[in-house]
Design a protein. Sequence first.
Length: 93
Amino acid sequence: MNALIDQNLPTAAELDALLRSALQPTQLEVIDESAQHAGHSGANDAGYGTHFRVRIASPLFAGKPRVARHRLVYDAAHDLMARGLHALAIEVL
């Protein structure tokens, strides 16, 4: 993958900002796990990624089942998925 394409991939900071804006979390940790997926498109250590893990708590999750909580996270990350976010592991705290 060339650098131009890599630079269009999302960053952990972008995902963090989107989730903070959309979900007003009380706890949030975004981890770029892209380098752990050698052989997959986007696996690199350039700061741009395709595989992320999110640990999040939000008052917007109150009373919602797990699937609905995950849907809120996926909805907030939608634009990054269109840019190459391939895998998003979600841990609701």
